[in-house]
Design a protein around this ligand. Structure first.
Ligand code: SF4
Length: 98
């Protein structure tokens, strides 16, 4: 695949993830990070990990390589609700409490 085609594919995936995150945030009463630059970094990180490993693993946590264990790290991860409740946002600062 050419670099251009790869970029187009990655950008399409970023938009797909963004749409799902917006929908999820609305359902849960969260908002996405208003800092557009940070938001892009996280969304691109999720898209890259999906392309590389087949799942949208948390870009801010280390994968163990064990698929079963790493399930907890698939976004939205198993930890985000508690983090948002306690800290106001998830570890990656993707989702924020309203
Ligand atoms: S910390 Fe946030 S961005 Fe990372 S996986 Fe959890 S919900 Fe997704």
């Amino acid at each position: 695949m050419t670099e251009n085609a790869e970029n187009n594919e990655l950008n399409a995936l970023v938009e797909d993830i963004r749409a799902r995150c917006v929908e999820y945030a609305e359902k849960k009463g969260y908002v996405l990070n208003p800092d557009a630059k940070h938001l892009e970094t996280i969304l691109k990180g999720l898209a890259r990990l999906k392309t590389k490993y087949g799942e949208e693993y948390c870009p801010c946590r280390v994968r163990s390589g064990d698929k079963e264990k790493d399930k907890a790290n698939i976004c939205p991860c198993a930890f985000h609700e508690k983090e948002i409740e306690e800290d106001g946002c998830c570890h990656c600062q993707l989702f924020f409490r309203k």
